[in-house]
Write a protein that binds this ligand. Structure first.
Ligand code: AMP
Length: 320
């Protein structure tokens, strides 16, 4: 039996289902989570479906979360989407569930859950949820809201179909979702737009990014710069991809100082694999999009040196 069939059988058995996703959600986290919730509500109106986790102001156009009492978890099924490691699950009460399912597209370093469906080739977890619905057409009923959310997740995680994870299947699925009557351009615009202060910080990024001869880029955003622009960590999401448009840049790190003093590191790449580096510094993620942590500026230097090494050997392999 396939894991997808096992997941369907489990969903059928439970009257209460709570869907979680990762901390600091992005459009794919919310899209896969609430897209699945909407899909289940539409397909099984008799079941009680909930979506939980912290709210991110800038993503309220996608979905709102729900309050769930501890008691609701008794005898419930929890499905976690888009979350590689259990400490990153938003709302740790997932542990109160009777049964746990993981659905994700990150490397399966932490295979938590009674059932685990991981597809690292999928562009996004939202693509997996849409694929899941398409696998069981007699059971699942898509609605406009589910389609809108899943489409948003795919757009978010593929950088609007730019990144190499975008396959012909991604486009087929996006096309099927796009047939539902939601305003896709308005949605794309919402995902793309940034507040003026973040646009100004983008100017700072482009003025101050350091790029070496092999395309290793870095920008450090210390607390005083974040304060100057009136930005907090959660608002840095929309600048992470910006160095990618610079032709000289091959892989880059954005080092965002946290109020506690340490640095959150956001790593991106156009080719060199950066998730092994991320794992060595309390992080992880995809081969071309990862996150890590640096306790101080010395570790920031160390990480940047590793990005430089990775870019150097990638370049030398390319020229051979
Ligand atoms: P971010 O830069 O936070 O958007 O993260 C990019 C990717 O790396 C996401 O897919 C995350 O799941 C993953 N990631 C970020 N931070 C961590 C971490 N501390 N541990 C494991 N994976 C992470």
């Amino acid at each position: 039996m396939t894991v997808q069939q096992e997941i369907v059988d489990t969903i059928k058995k439970y009257d209460k289902i709570i869907i979680h996703r990762h901390l600091r959600p992005d459009p794919d986290a919310l899209g896969s989570q609430v897209g699945l919730a909407e899909l289940l509500r539409e397909s099984f109106p008799e079941k009680e479906i909930r979506q939980v986790g912290e709210t991110i102001e800038g993503l309220r156009f996608l979905a709102e979360m729900q309050e769930v009492e501890d008691a609701f978890y008794q005898g419930a099924l929890v499905i976690v989407t888009d979350t590689a490691n259990s400490p990153r699950i938003s709302d740790q009460r997932y542990q109160l569930a009777e049964k746990l399912i993981k659905i994700d597209h990150h490397p399966n370093d932490d295979p938590y859950g009674d059932l685990v469906w991981v597809n690292t080739k999928a562009s996004s977890c939202s693509e997996m949820i849409a694929e899941f619905a398409l696998m069981f057409p007699e059971l699942f009923k898509m609605n406009v809201e589910a389609a809108r959310l899943l489409y948003a997740g795919i757009v978010g995680d593929t950088g609007r179909f730019l990144y190499p994870s975008t396959t012909s299947r991604t486009l087929e699925i996006a096309s099927i979702l796009r047939n539902y009557p939601f305003d896709a351009s308005a949605l794309n615009r919402e995902i793309e737009q940034m507040p003026m202060k973040v646009a100004k910080l983008s100017g700072y990024l482009y003025q101050n990014i350091q790029v070496d001869e092999n395309g290793a880029g870095r920008i450090i955003l210390p607390q005083e710069i974040l304060d100057k622009y009136g930005i907090d960590d959660s608002e840095t999401a929309s600048i992470v991809s910006l160095p990618g448009v610079i032709d000289e840049v091959l892989a880059w790190g954005i080092f965002v100082q946290q109020p506690s003093g340490h640095y959150r590191v956001r790593l991106r790449s156009k080719g060199p694999v950066i998730n092994e580096l991320a794992k060595r510094h309390h992080g992880g993620g995809h081969p071309l999009a990862s996150g890590a942590n640096a306790k101080d500026l010395a570790e920031v230097e160390e990480i940047y040196k590793e990005i430089q090494d990775i870019c150097r050997s990638y370049k030398s392999r390319e020229t051979k």
